[in-house]
Design a protein around this ligand. Structure first.
Ligand SMILES: C[S@@+](CC[C@H](N)C(=O)[O-])C[C@H]1O[C@@H](n2cnc3c(N)ncnc32)[C@H](O)[C@@H]1O
Length: 297
């Protein structure tokens, strides 16, 4: 039986969680003010990094010693300027908060889904040096460890068996490499209309590789609920924070609240906090306004 708790409120305050109570963090924070997802969400890049720092501090408090916090993210270009989100995240988590920098995996998206952009296509019209602007087909999966040791020998044998990783899949799908080829969520897929969702396959690999059956997984930027949906399916408990009240129905549907049979003993609980916001409608209006300006310009 899995317990899922979704808190609609800001994850820079995780007062619902006790110190050292979480076994794994899997998340993808907003990509600053990314034009097609979060335009104008933050007043400045410093404001954005401030949120990352406050959430990072809370993660250090709630995560159990020796366990990992995993961020899926990438640098973002806004109005031609590239913001170094990944380097800043590593700097904050390691040098300002005290996590250990454990690993980095590149999540490579299939080339077939990327069309040459206006930016990279410049070289076709000007096939000369200094006209090269590549299109990005990857995101980074950055793994931070909270100092301390996790004693694997204390895990009961029955839990180990329930958490066993399929060694054949590990080899065939090349999980052992630091580059993972996984299909991204396409614009035509259901959950992508709400926010930049990551694929279930990505969450599944991370949850299988870094948590045991029955443990607690946390996603402080839950979005459409991918992390908790996969955690539930894999027999892990999950806590998710999402600031946008307008995503509640999508998360609810994803976690199939009320759809469970009499025998489905999983429990899903929602808490709506006073700091919840309504964001999606405003963000969508802003995206449309920007697209119209572009067309006219
Ligand atoms: C990149 S999306 C996460 C997508 C998610 N991985 C999925 O698969 O759907 C980031 C989410 O963080 C939310 N968010 C932004 N600021 C937040 C905050 N302070 N606390 C909690 N959630 C926040 C955004 O509303 C957005 O839904």
């Amino acid at each position: 039986m899995a317990n899922i708790k979704v808190i609609i409120g800001s994850s820079d305050n995780m007062k619902e969680l006790e110190d050292n109570s979480v076994n794994l963090v899997v998340t993808s924070p907003p990509y600053y003010n990314a034009p097609f997802d979060f335009p104008g969400m933050f007043t400045s890049y410093d404001d954005y990094l401030g949120l990352i720092k406050r959430v990072g501090k809370e993660l250090m408090r709630v995560l159990a010693p020796g366990r990992v916090a995993i961020f899926v993210t990438e640098d973002v270009r806004i109005n031609g300027k590239l913001y170094p989100i990944v380097s800043d995240l590593i700097h904050i988590m390691v040098y300002e908060i005290g996590f250990e920098y454990q690993d980095k995996i590149i999540w490579r998206k299939p080339e077939g889904y990327i069309r040459i952009s206006r930016r990279s296509g410049v070289l076709i019209q000007h096939p000369y040096p200094m006209y090269y602007y590549p299109d990005n087909i990857y995101e980074e999966i950055v793994i931070f460890k909270k100092p301390g040791e996790f004693d694997r020998t204390k895990v009961p044998q029955s839990i180990k068996e329930k958490s066993k990783i399929d060694a054949n899949k590990f080899q065939v799908e090349k999980w052992y490499l630091s580059v993972w080829d996984i299909k991204n969520v396409l614009p035509s897929e259901k959950w992508s209309k709400y926010t930049a969702a990551f694929p279930e396959e990505l969450a599944e690999r991370l949850i299988r590789l870094y948590s045991y059956y029955g443990e607690i997984v946390l996603d402080p930027f839950l979005g459409t609920g991918t992390t908790c949906a996969v955690a539930k399916r894999l027999g892990r408990n999950c806590v998710g924070y999402e600031i946008d009240l307008e995503l509640k129905d999508a998360i609810e549907e994803r976690l199939k609240v009320g759809y469970g049979s009499l025998f489905d003993s999983d429990r899903v609980e929602f808490i709506i906090r006073e700091d919840a916001k309504t964001l999606r409608t405003k963000l969508r209006e802003e995206i449309i306004r920007k697209l119209n300006n572009k067309k006219q310009g």
